[in-house]
Design a protein around this ligand. Structure first.
Ligand code: GH3
Ligand code: MG
Ligand code: MG
Ligand code: MG
Length: 324
Protein backbone atom coordinates (compact mmCIF):
# COMPACT_ATOMS: atom_id res chain seq x y z
CA UNK A 1 0.00 0.00 0.00
CA UNK A 2 1.24 3.48 -0.62
CA UNK A 3 0.02 6.90 0.44
CA UNK A 4 -0.31 9.81 -1.94
CA UNK A 5 1.08 12.79 -0.10
CA UNK A 6 -0.08 16.31 -0.65
CA UNK A 7 3.44 17.27 -1.72
CA UNK A 8 3.30 14.70 -4.48
CA UNK A 9 0.26 16.31 -6.01
CA UNK A 10 0.99 19.88 -5.00
CA UNK A 11 -2.23 20.43 -3.06
CA UNK A 12 -2.60 20.92 0.65
CA UNK A 13 -5.26 18.61 2.05
CA UNK A 14 -7.45 20.71 4.37
CA UNK A 15 -7.30 20.25 8.14
CA UNK A 16 -9.90 17.88 9.47
CA UNK A 17 -11.46 19.96 12.20
CA UNK A 18 -11.81 23.09 10.15
CA UNK A 19 -13.93 21.26 7.65
CA UNK A 20 -15.94 19.03 9.91
CA UNK A 21 -19.15 19.28 7.91
CA UNK A 22 -17.87 19.74 4.39
CA UNK A 23 -16.96 16.12 3.83
CA UNK A 24 -13.48 17.27 2.84
CA UNK A 25 -10.23 16.27 4.50
CA UNK A 26 -11.22 12.62 4.83
CA UNK A 27 -9.07 9.52 4.95
CA UNK A 28 -9.75 7.36 1.92
CA UNK A 29 -8.56 3.87 1.04
CA UNK A 30 -8.61 3.27 -2.70
CA UNK A 31 -8.56 -0.41 -3.64
CA UNK A 32 -7.70 -0.76 -7.28
CA UNK A 33 -5.15 -2.97 -9.05
CA UNK A 34 -4.90 -1.17 -12.39
CA UNK A 35 -2.23 1.55 -12.53
CA UNK A 36 -4.09 3.31 -15.36
CA UNK A 37 -7.04 3.64 -13.01
CA UNK A 38 -5.52 4.46 -9.62
CA UNK A 39 -2.95 6.82 -11.11
CA UNK A 40 -5.88 8.88 -12.33
CA UNK A 41 -8.33 8.48 -9.42
CA UNK A 42 -5.75 8.84 -6.63
CA UNK A 43 -4.63 12.37 -7.50
CA UNK A 44 -8.25 13.46 -8.09
CA UNK A 45 -9.18 12.38 -4.58
CA UNK A 46 -5.99 13.75 -3.07
CA UNK A 47 -7.06 17.28 -3.98
CA UNK A 48 -9.46 17.10 -1.02
CA UNK A 49 -8.51 14.06 1.05
CA UNK A 50 -5.62 11.95 2.14
CA UNK A 51 -5.54 8.81 0.04
CA UNK A 52 -3.93 5.41 0.47
CA UNK A 53 -3.84 3.14 -2.55
CA UNK A 54 -4.02 -0.63 -2.05
CA UNK A 55 -3.55 -2.81 -5.12
CA UNK A 56 -4.06 -6.13 -3.35
CA UNK A 57 -7.69 -6.67 -2.33
CA UNK A 58 -6.73 -9.44 0.08
CA UNK A 59 -4.60 -6.93 2.03
CA UNK A 60 -7.23 -4.22 1.78
CA UNK A 61 -9.52 -5.70 4.37
CA UNK A 62 -6.76 -5.62 7.00
CA UNK A 63 -5.72 -2.10 6.04
CA UNK A 64 -9.32 -0.93 6.19
CA UNK A 65 -9.74 -2.45 9.65
CA UNK A 66 -6.52 -0.87 10.96
CA UNK A 67 -6.60 2.44 9.15
CA UNK A 68 -9.71 4.11 10.54
CA UNK A 69 -10.80 5.28 7.10
CA UNK A 70 -13.74 7.56 6.39
CA UNK A 71 -14.35 5.95 3.02
CA UNK A 72 -13.22 2.89 1.10
CA UNK A 73 -13.40 3.11 -2.68
CA UNK A 74 -13.38 -0.30 -4.35
CA UNK A 75 -12.89 -1.08 -8.00
CA UNK A 76 -15.29 -3.85 -8.96
CA UNK A 77 -13.23 -4.46 -12.09
CA UNK A 78 -10.73 -6.38 -9.98
CA UNK A 79 -10.21 -10.01 -11.06
CA UNK A 80 -12.30 -12.91 -9.87
CA UNK A 81 -14.93 -10.87 -8.11
CA UNK A 82 -12.29 -9.88 -5.53
CA UNK A 83 -13.94 -6.47 -5.25
CA UNK A 84 -17.28 -7.95 -4.25
CA UNK A 85 -15.63 -10.32 -1.82
CA UNK A 86 -13.84 -7.39 -0.24
CA UNK A 87 -17.11 -5.43 0.09
CA UNK A 88 -18.83 -8.29 1.87
CA UNK A 89 -15.83 -8.79 4.17
CA UNK A 90 -15.86 -5.09 5.06
CA UNK A 91 -19.56 -5.34 5.89
CA UNK A 92 -19.09 -8.39 8.10
CA UNK A 93 -16.15 -7.18 10.19
CA UNK A 94 -16.99 -5.29 13.38
CA UNK A 95 -14.34 -2.65 12.75
CA UNK A 96 -15.36 -1.87 9.18
CA UNK A 97 -19.08 -2.50 9.37
CA UNK A 98 -19.90 1.20 9.32
CA UNK A 99 -17.30 2.46 6.85
CA UNK A 100 -18.96 3.73 3.68
CA UNK A 101 -18.04 1.96 0.44
CA UNK A 102 -18.06 3.64 -2.93
CA UNK A 103 -17.81 1.18 -5.82
CA UNK A 104 -16.40 1.97 -9.24
CA UNK A 105 -16.90 -0.26 -12.27
CA UNK A 106 -16.93 -0.44 -16.04
CA UNK A 107 -20.46 -0.35 -17.44
CA UNK A 108 -20.00 -3.94 -18.60
CA UNK A 109 -19.57 -4.97 -14.95
CA UNK A 110 -22.98 -3.55 -14.16
CA UNK A 111 -24.18 -6.83 -12.66
CA UNK A 112 -21.37 -6.69 -10.11
CA UNK A 113 -22.53 -3.20 -9.13
CA UNK A 114 -26.05 -4.45 -8.49
CA UNK A 115 -24.68 -7.30 -6.40
CA UNK A 116 -22.48 -4.77 -4.57
CA UNK A 117 -25.48 -2.63 -3.67
CA UNK A 118 -27.19 -5.72 -2.28
CA UNK A 119 -24.29 -6.49 0.03
CA UNK A 120 -24.03 -2.98 1.37
CA UNK A 121 -22.10 -0.77 -1.04
CA UNK A 122 -23.32 2.77 -0.32
CA UNK A 123 -22.91 4.37 -3.74
CA UNK A 124 -21.26 3.73 -7.11
CA UNK A 125 -19.75 5.38 -10.17
CA UNK A 126 -19.35 4.10 -13.71
CA UNK A 127 -16.14 4.58 -15.64
CA UNK A 128 -14.89 6.82 -17.09
CA UNK A 129 -14.99 8.63 -13.77
CA UNK A 130 -15.67 12.37 -13.81
CA UNK A 131 -13.54 14.18 -11.24
CA UNK A 132 -16.28 16.46 -9.90
CA UNK A 133 -18.73 13.62 -9.59
CA UNK A 134 -16.18 11.45 -7.81
CA UNK A 135 -15.38 14.22 -5.34
CA UNK A 136 -19.04 15.06 -4.75
CA UNK A 137 -19.96 11.44 -4.04
CA UNK A 138 -16.92 10.96 -1.80
CA UNK A 139 -17.80 14.09 0.19
CA UNK A 140 -21.40 12.97 0.63
CA UNK A 141 -20.35 9.60 2.01
CA UNK A 142 -17.73 11.12 4.31
CA UNK A 143 -20.14 13.76 5.60
CA UNK A 144 -22.76 11.09 6.35
CA UNK A 145 -20.17 8.88 7.98
CA UNK A 146 -19.05 11.69 10.30
CA UNK A 147 -22.62 12.55 11.18
CA UNK A 148 -23.58 8.96 11.98
CA UNK A 149 -20.37 8.54 14.01
CA UNK A 150 -21.38 11.62 15.95
CA UNK A 151 -24.89 10.23 16.51
CA UNK A 152 -23.50 6.88 17.56
CA UNK A 153 -21.23 8.59 20.10
CA UNK A 154 -24.17 10.57 21.44
CA UNK A 155 -26.33 7.48 21.80
CA UNK A 156 -23.45 5.71 23.51
CA UNK A 157 -23.04 8.61 25.92
CA UNK A 158 -26.75 8.74 26.65
CA UNK A 159 -26.78 5.03 27.41
CA UNK A 160 -23.76 5.45 29.69
CA UNK A 161 -25.47 8.33 31.50
CA UNK A 162 -28.71 6.41 31.89
CA UNK A 163 -27.00 3.60 33.81
CA UNK A 164 -24.31 5.54 35.70
CA UNK A 165 -24.39 7.59 38.88
CA UNK A 166 -22.91 10.95 37.90
CA UNK A 167 -21.21 11.71 41.23
CA UNK A 168 -19.41 8.41 41.84
CA UNK A 169 -19.27 6.78 38.40
CA UNK A 170 -20.75 3.61 39.88
CA UNK A 171 -23.87 2.07 38.38
CA UNK A 172 -27.10 3.69 39.41
CA UNK A 173 -30.01 2.07 41.20
CA UNK A 174 -32.07 1.66 38.04
CA UNK A 175 -29.31 -0.32 36.35
CA UNK A 176 -28.83 -2.52 39.38
CA UNK A 177 -32.52 -3.20 39.77
CA UNK A 178 -32.89 -4.26 36.14
CA UNK A 179 -29.88 -6.60 36.36
CA UNK A 180 -30.32 -8.02 39.80
CA UNK A 181 -33.11 -10.39 38.76
CA UNK A 182 -30.98 -11.67 35.86
CA UNK A 183 -27.98 -12.26 38.14
CA UNK A 184 -30.20 -14.10 40.61
CA UNK A 185 -31.70 -16.28 37.84
CA UNK A 186 -28.22 -17.10 36.53
CA UNK A 187 -27.01 -18.04 39.99
CA UNK A 188 -30.04 -20.25 40.60
CA UNK A 189 -29.84 -22.01 37.23
CA UNK A 190 -26.11 -22.69 37.60
CA UNK A 191 -26.46 -23.75 41.20
CA UNK A 192 -24.04 -21.02 42.29
CA UNK A 193 -24.35 -18.80 45.35
CA UNK A 194 -25.02 -15.06 45.14
CA UNK A 195 -24.27 -12.52 47.86
CA UNK A 196 -25.56 -9.02 48.32
CA UNK A 197 -24.32 -6.20 50.56
CA UNK A 198 -26.05 -3.00 51.55
CA UNK A 199 -23.72 -0.29 52.77
CA UNK A 200 -24.59 2.95 54.53
CA UNK A 201 -22.00 5.53 55.55
CA UNK A 202 -22.21 6.27 59.28
CA UNK A 203 -23.29 9.72 60.51
CA UNK A 204 -22.97 11.08 57.02
CA UNK A 205 -25.32 13.92 57.79
CA UNK A 206 -22.85 15.25 60.33
CA UNK A 207 -20.06 15.21 57.70
CA UNK A 208 -22.22 17.50 55.58
CA UNK A 209 -23.13 19.60 58.61
CA UNK A 210 -19.56 19.96 59.88
CA UNK A 211 -17.56 20.24 56.67
CA UNK A 212 -20.09 21.26 54.03
CA UNK A 213 -21.92 19.50 51.21
CA UNK A 214 -18.88 19.60 48.90
CA UNK A 215 -16.84 17.68 51.47
CA UNK A 216 -19.71 15.19 51.66
CA UNK A 217 -19.52 14.76 47.89
CA UNK A 218 -15.74 14.23 48.12
CA UNK A 219 -16.33 11.49 50.68
CA UNK A 220 -18.90 9.80 48.42
CA UNK A 221 -16.48 9.82 45.46
CA UNK A 222 -13.60 8.49 47.54
CA UNK A 223 -15.86 5.90 49.12
CA UNK A 224 -16.85 4.66 45.65
CA UNK A 225 -13.16 4.33 44.73
CA UNK A 226 -12.49 2.21 47.77
CA UNK A 227 -15.52 0.06 46.91
CA UNK A 228 -14.16 -0.46 43.38
CA UNK A 229 -10.80 -1.54 44.76
CA UNK A 230 -12.39 -4.08 47.08
CA UNK A 231 -14.49 -5.96 44.53
CA UNK A 232 -13.96 -8.12 41.44
CA UNK A 233 -14.84 -7.30 37.85
CA UNK A 234 -17.92 -9.51 37.91
CA UNK A 235 -19.33 -7.83 41.02
CA UNK A 236 -21.92 -5.15 40.50
CA UNK A 237 -21.57 -2.02 42.65
CA UNK A 238 -24.15 0.72 42.60
CA UNK A 239 -25.02 3.89 44.44
CA UNK A 240 -28.46 3.03 45.70
CA UNK A 241 -29.25 6.54 46.87
CA UNK A 242 -27.67 9.33 48.97
CA UNK A 243 -24.94 7.64 51.02
CA UNK A 244 -26.23 4.11 50.50
CA UNK A 245 -24.62 1.56 48.22
CA UNK A 246 -25.38 -1.98 47.09
CA UNK A 247 -22.86 -4.57 45.94
CA UNK A 248 -24.01 -7.77 44.23
CA UNK A 249 -21.46 -10.59 44.18
CA UNK A 250 -22.09 -13.56 41.90
CA UNK A 251 -20.53 -16.92 42.83
CA UNK A 252 -19.93 -15.72 46.37
CA UNK A 253 -21.13 -17.45 49.52
CA UNK A 254 -21.82 -15.90 52.90
CA UNK A 255 -18.36 -16.68 54.25
CA UNK A 256 -16.51 -14.98 51.38
CA UNK A 257 -18.98 -12.09 51.32
CA UNK A 258 -18.24 -11.56 55.01
CA UNK A 259 -14.52 -11.36 54.28
CA UNK A 260 -15.04 -8.89 51.43
CA UNK A 261 -17.30 -6.76 53.64
CA UNK A 262 -14.77 -6.78 56.46
CA UNK A 263 -11.94 -5.82 54.09
CA UNK A 264 -14.03 -2.97 52.72
CA UNK A 265 -15.06 -1.82 56.20
CA UNK A 266 -11.40 -1.66 57.22
CA UNK A 267 -10.32 0.12 54.04
CA UNK A 268 -12.82 2.86 54.94
CA UNK A 269 -12.13 3.10 58.68
CA UNK A 270 -8.34 2.76 58.55
CA UNK A 271 -7.54 5.64 56.21
CA UNK A 272 -9.12 9.10 56.73
CA UNK A 273 -10.81 10.65 53.68
CA UNK A 274 -9.20 13.70 52.07
CA UNK A 275 -11.70 16.51 51.37
CA UNK A 276 -11.47 20.15 50.24
CA UNK A 277 -8.68 19.31 47.75
CA UNK A 278 -6.68 17.46 50.37
CA UNK A 279 -6.69 20.31 52.91
CA UNK A 280 -8.75 18.37 55.40
CA UNK A 281 -8.93 14.72 56.40
CA UNK A 282 -12.04 13.15 57.88
CA UNK A 283 -12.55 9.87 59.74
CA UNK A 284 -15.31 7.91 58.02
CA UNK A 285 -16.92 4.59 58.86
CA UNK A 286 -19.46 2.41 57.12
CA UNK A 287 -22.04 -0.13 58.25
CA UNK A 288 -22.71 -3.16 56.07
CA UNK A 289 -25.57 -5.66 55.90
CA UNK A 290 -24.96 -8.95 54.09
CA UNK A 291 -27.39 -11.50 52.72
CA UNK A 292 -27.34 -14.37 50.21
CA UNK A 293 -29.76 -15.97 47.81
CA UNK A 294 -31.23 -18.77 49.93
CA UNK A 295 -33.15 -20.84 47.42
CA UNK A 296 -33.88 -21.14 43.74
CA UNK A 297 -36.51 -18.70 42.55
CA UNK A 298 -36.51 -16.68 45.72
CA UNK A 299 -37.71 -13.11 44.99
CA UNK A 300 -34.68 -10.83 44.90
CA UNK A 301 -36.67 -8.33 46.96
CA UNK A 302 -36.49 -10.81 49.85
CA UNK A 303 -32.68 -10.96 49.56
CA UNK A 304 -32.57 -7.17 49.58
CA UNK A 305 -34.84 -7.06 52.60
CA UNK A 306 -32.57 -9.41 54.57
CA UNK A 307 -29.53 -7.27 53.71
CA UNK A 308 -31.44 -4.19 54.80
CA UNK A 309 -32.40 -5.84 58.11
CA UNK A 310 -28.77 -6.85 58.67
CA UNK A 311 -27.69 -3.28 57.97
CA UNK A 312 -30.23 -2.03 60.50
CA UNK A 313 -28.73 -4.37 63.08
CA UNK A 314 -25.19 -3.19 62.20
CA UNK A 315 -26.31 0.38 62.89
CA UNK A 316 -28.00 -0.59 66.16
CA UNK A 317 -25.03 -2.60 67.37
CA UNK A 318 -22.84 0.50 67.15
CA UNK A 319 -22.01 1.05 63.43
CA UNK A 320 -18.62 0.52 61.72
CA UNK A 321 -19.34 -3.19 61.31
CA UNK A 322 -20.55 -5.83 58.88
CA UNK A 323 -23.49 -8.00 59.93
CA UNK A 324 -25.04 -10.98 58.15
P1 GH3 B 1 -26.55 6.83 59.98
O1 GH3 B 1 -25.28 6.52 60.67
O2 GH3 B 1 -27.76 6.38 60.76
O3 GH3 B 1 -26.58 6.28 58.59
O4 GH3 B 1 -26.66 8.40 59.88
P2 GH3 B 1 -26.59 9.31 58.62
O5 GH3 B 1 -26.37 10.71 59.03
O6 GH3 B 1 -25.61 8.77 57.65
O7 GH3 B 1 -28.02 9.05 57.98
P3 GH3 B 1 -29.07 9.94 57.28
O8 GH3 B 1 -29.79 9.00 56.35
O9 GH3 B 1 -29.90 10.65 58.30
O10 GH3 B 1 -28.28 11.02 56.45
C1 GH3 B 1 -27.90 10.85 55.15
C2 GH3 B 1 -27.52 12.20 54.63
O11 GH3 B 1 -26.92 12.09 53.35
C3 GH3 B 1 -28.64 13.15 54.46
C4 GH3 B 1 -28.45 13.80 53.11
O12 GH3 B 1 -28.45 15.20 53.19
C5 GH3 B 1 -27.07 13.34 52.72
N1 GH3 B 1 -26.92 13.18 51.28
C6 GH3 B 1 -27.69 12.45 50.44
N2 GH3 B 1 -27.22 12.53 49.17
C7 GH3 B 1 -26.12 13.33 49.20
C8 GH3 B 1 -25.20 13.80 48.21
O13 GH3 B 1 -25.29 13.48 47.01
N3 GH3 B 1 -24.18 14.59 48.61
C9 GH3 B 1 -24.04 14.95 49.91
N4 GH3 B 1 -23.02 15.73 50.22
N5 GH3 B 1 -24.91 14.55 50.87
C10 GH3 B 1 -25.93 13.75 50.54
MG1 MG C 1 -28.75 6.39 54.88
MG1 MG D 1 -29.85 6.68 57.79
MG1 MG E 1 -25.80 6.88 56.81
Amino acid sequence: MRALTSIEIGVQAPERNAVADSGRGGRILLVDDRPSSYERLGPMLATEHSVDVETNPAEAVFNAADGNYDLVIVSLDLNDFDGLRLCSQLRSLERTRHVPILAIAEAENNSRLLRGLEIGVNDYLLRPVDKNELLARARTQIRKRRYTDHLRDNVQNSIEMAITDALTGLHNRRYMETHLATLADQAASRGKPLALMMLDIDYFKSINDNYGHDAGDDVLREFAMRVRKSIRGIDLACRYGGEEFVIVMPETDLHVAGMVAERLRRSVANEPFAVHKGEKRIEVTVSIGISTLEQKGEPIADVMKRADNALYRAKNEGRNRAVA
